[in-house]
Design a protein around this ligand. Structure first.
Ligand code: ADP
Ligand code: MG
Length: 245
């Protein structure tokens, strides 16, 4: 099932053509990697997909509904989740309460005082923590977690919104190589089990070629190549421009 259709997306900043005529689609349960050198336009693409930036041109359609130019909160409500390079958790709160807050916010309840959270059944949050392998650390404050574990909690928080599409901009930045592979393996498993489409950027080519179903290579705002990992790896233009060998 096609989840996301992006048509002819473009964005300029002054004279800089950050993204120029990018088109692609993404299926439910698919992991699509967006790679390219620094400044290629990857983050600008992400920012247009989640509503942070209004495209100059083009369309973004999620599960048949046009989301182009809608504000981030509305796009989020329509099922586009995002993880950030800088993890946004409450450091002093236990892991499970961070996930419970995300669940509360997903239900669009208004958190006026502490009691509603304390009264919340922790089972759903615990189930999410089990899915990311963090149930045993549920009661620890987020602030004391190892970086890789914090990233797992961030994934649970993103899942609390029941996303159909998950945008992950450099999810493994700052992680050790073994942790990177583990986080993306976990993400891939959850995406396939739940039919969530994942679009991610990543500098570690081992992670990209191991976990992506498909790869798009962006260069100076344009898609240079797109296809299965082996085809992209073998593409001479990609080798020349990006892989450097
Ligand atoms: P990437 O994420 O692939 O490194 P970006 O999307 O961040 O690339 O940037 C693409 C180009 O757009 C770069 O030349 C960058 O300097 C420029 N750019 C990105 N955001 C802005 C902005 N808010 N204002 C001006 N220029 C920007
Ligand atoms: Mg970027």
């Amino acid at each position: 099932m096609t989840l996301l259709v992006v048509e002819n997306l473009a964005k300029s900043f002054g004279g800089v053509h950050a993204v120029q005529g990018v088109s692609f689609s993404l299926a439910a349960g698919e992991l699509l990697a967006l790679i390219g050198p620094n400044g290629a336009g990857k983050s600008t693409c992400f920012n247009m997909l989640n509503g942070q930036l209004r495209p100059d041109q083009g369309r973004v359609v999620l599960a048949g509904q046009e989301i182009t130019g809608k504000p981030p909160r509305q796009v989020w409500r329509m099922g586009v989740g995002r993880t950030f390079q800088i993890t946004a958790t409450f450091a002093s709160l236990p892991v499970i309460e961070n996930v419970q807050l995300a669940l509360l916010s997903h239900r669009r309840r208004i958190l006026r005082f502490w009691k509603p959270l304390a009264a919340e059944d922790p089972a759903e949050a615990l189930a999410l923590l089990e899915r990311v392998g963090m149930a045993d650390q549920a009661q620890r404050p987020c602030g004391v977690l190892a970086y890789g574990d914090l990233k797992r909690v961030e994934l649970a928080i993103a899942l609390a919104n029941a996303p159909r599409l998950l945008l992950m901009d450099e999810p493994t930045a700052g992680m050790a190589p073994a942790e990177r592979v583990a986080l993306m393996a976990l993400t891939a498993r959850i995406a396939r089990e739940s039919g969530i489409g994942v679009l991610f950027t990543e500098h570690d080519m081992d992670v990209v070629f191991t976990h992506a179903d498909r790869i798009m290579v962006l260069e100076r705002g344009r898609l240079l190549a797109e296809g299965a990992p082996e085809a992209v790896r073998a593409d001479p233009r990609v080798r020349e421009v990006y892989l450097g060998h």
